[in-house]
Ligand binder design. Structure first.
Ligand code: 5GP
Length: 190
């Protein structure tokens, strides 16, 4: 599809700080937009429907899938998460850089669907730091934290096929590194 080079996929284990990094990047570079995914998980404190996610019931999610409105989806820690077609294809065609922040299975599927896209994996400085950041969030019980830690190990093990890897040591530096990756990609042909 035309405009694939405008599509960037950012993944990283839960708690790695990828959302903070991407927020910093979007704040600094208004021309870059992030897609809003659909999810069936419960809203966390501070989240806003339509901004953080489109919060759907399982039935609504299923209906969107059947109507071909979701390009990729996954079940992550017992909830569904999916990328809405309406969120990406319009921007790619308009040549506007767009970022998806999704987990590894989704990233693999996006890369298959749009081979000209760029996949970027955000790593924590180390596993101890990842666990500390997950606990700091304070919004989840011990079982969920353990589930997310186990999932993180699997995701890091599967990250080798990403186009780019960045370490989130300092948020600003990490955001700058991702911006450089975007600039370099946009300077190249489709
Ligand atoms: P959280 O519950 O922490 O907001 O998200 C859990 C995981 O789901 C994160 O790794 C996040 O990047 C991923 N995720 C969010 N939206 C999507 C999506 O549309 N598709 C896929 N495959 N993963 C998503």
């Amino acid at each position: 599809m035309k405009g694939e080079k405008y599509l960037f996929v950012v993944s990283g284990p839960s708690g790695t700080g990828k959302d903070t990094v991407v927020s910093k990047l979007l704040g600094d570079h208004k021309e870059i937009k992030k897609t809003v995914s659909a999810t069936t998980r419960a809203m966390r404190e501070g989240e806003v429907d339509g901004v953080s996610y489109h919060f759907l019931t399982k039935d609504q999610f299923k209906q969107s899938l059947e109507a071909d409105g979701i390009v990729e989806y996954t079940c992550y820690c017992d909830n569904y998460y999916g990328t809405l077609r309406s969120e990406i294809e319009r921007r790619m065609q308009a040549k506007q850089p767009v970022i998806l922040v999704i987990e590894v299975e989704g990233a693999t599927n996006i890369k298959k669907l749009y081979p000209g896209s760029t996949t970027i994996f955000v790593l924590p400085p180390n596993m101890e730091e990842l666990e500390r950041r997950l606990r700091l969030r304070g919004s989840e019980d011990e079982e969920t934290i353990q589930k997310r830690l186990r999932r993180a190990e699997t995701e890091i093990a599967r990250s080798a096929n990403y186009d780019e890897h960045v370490i989130n040591d300092v948020v600003e530096d990490c955001a700058d590194r991702i911006f450089t990756i975007i600039q370099n990609r946009l300077a190249k042909p489709e």
